[in-house]
Write a protein that binds this ligand. Structure first.
Ligand code: SIN
Length: 302
């Protein structure tokens, strides 16, 4: 059996697989299908200081080999997470990554400060959501803004800080470098690609907010390319994601330079997808004679 453990910027993971924020709630909804303790980590839906209602509906649309969402980071707020979700995850023995959101730099910091007394293993700073007018991607598209948010979050915690990057930029490596310089321990990518869907007969956009984030197998080649570019540009470990649905998909991301991977949209079609990916990586290692999964990281021949 291959050694499956990895270290993501100071976060020990029993295997390289987590779930993409926003596709797995905080795990309880998936309890009938997934023993969350068997995942490398559970990454929760983005949380803000107070609850957010999210965007108007419709805010989901199916697209060829993917889906669009414009949820707008709907969530019940950090107090709810601390009272109802984190204790459950801790009770299950899960490794916990909390995705942190904010409309302002101060809000990101306040969320982390509140979580410091909770049994959280790492933070994922969301500077990449394309569905909010303040915070999210508006911070992640600019090196200066991204650096300021990361550096403020860095001052608020010694826990591993993962910074989630948007693909909706000209050069993702510039933002990755800004995150590294500001003190990030790891980066995660990609968040969704900005897109839209049109209902021709109604002559209307399908989503109420018109634009939304594209995810699923359709984005995998873009995600692989950006993981590969960032792996060459920074020393930080990478949490790779974008259309991963099988062990072999995950291995492709690791070969491109990812230390760990996240399963996202696949959870909506197959609620066991994350565990299937863990087993798929294990099977790949066994079939290919890989003794330690870490051998795969950055192992692309080209
Ligand atoms: C959303 O809630 O709009 C999606 C989350 C994200 O893209 O970070």
């Amino acid at each position: 059996m291959a050694v499956m453990s990895v270290d993501l910027g100071g976060l020990p993971m029993k295997n390289p697989v987590t779930v993409a924020s926003g596709t797995f709630a905080a795990g309880q909804e998936y309890a009938d299908f997934v023993d969350v303790a068997k995942l490398g980590a559970v990454t929760t839906k983005g949380v803000s200081l107070h609850g957010w209602e999210g965007n108007d509906i419709p805010r989901i649309a199916e697209t060829p080999s993917g889906m669009l969402n414009s949820i707008g980071l709907q969530n019940p707020g950090v107090e709810h997470l601390c009272a109802h979700e984190i204790p459950w995850l801790e009770g299950q023995g899960a490794t916990i990554i909390v995705n942190v959101s904010g409309h302002s730099l101060e809000e990101y910091v306040a969320v982390i400060e509140r979580l410091e007394s909770a049994p959280v293993d790492a933070y994922e700073v969301n500077i990449s959501c394309p569905n909010v007018d303040a915070g999210g991607m508006t911070f992640g598209c600019d090196c200066g803004q991204a650096g300021r948010v990361v550096s403020a979050c860095r001052k608020a915690t010694d826990r591993p800080l993962i910074v989630k990057l948007t693909p909706n930029v000209t050069d993702v490596t510039e933002i990755a470098r800004a995150a590294e310089e500001a003190g990030a321990d790891a980066i995660s990518l990609i968040n969704t690609l900005l897109g839209m869907a049109v209902d021709a007969k109604a002559r209307k956009s399908v989503l109420a907010r018109v634009v939304g984030g594209l995810s699923g197998p359709a984005v995998k080649p873009v995600a692989l390319r950006m993981v590969w570019q960032c792996a060459k540009a920074v020393k930080l470990p990478i949490l790779g994601m974008g259309g991963i649905a099988s062990g072999e998909d995950a291995v492709e991301f690791m070969l491109a330079g990812a230390t760990a991977v996240a399963v996202g949209t696949a959870n909506f079609m197959n609620p066991r997808a994350s565990l299937d990916v863990v087993e798929g990586i294990r099977a790949f290692c066994e079939a290919e004679g890989v003794e330690d999964v870490k051998e795969l990281i950055g192992g692309l021949a080209c």
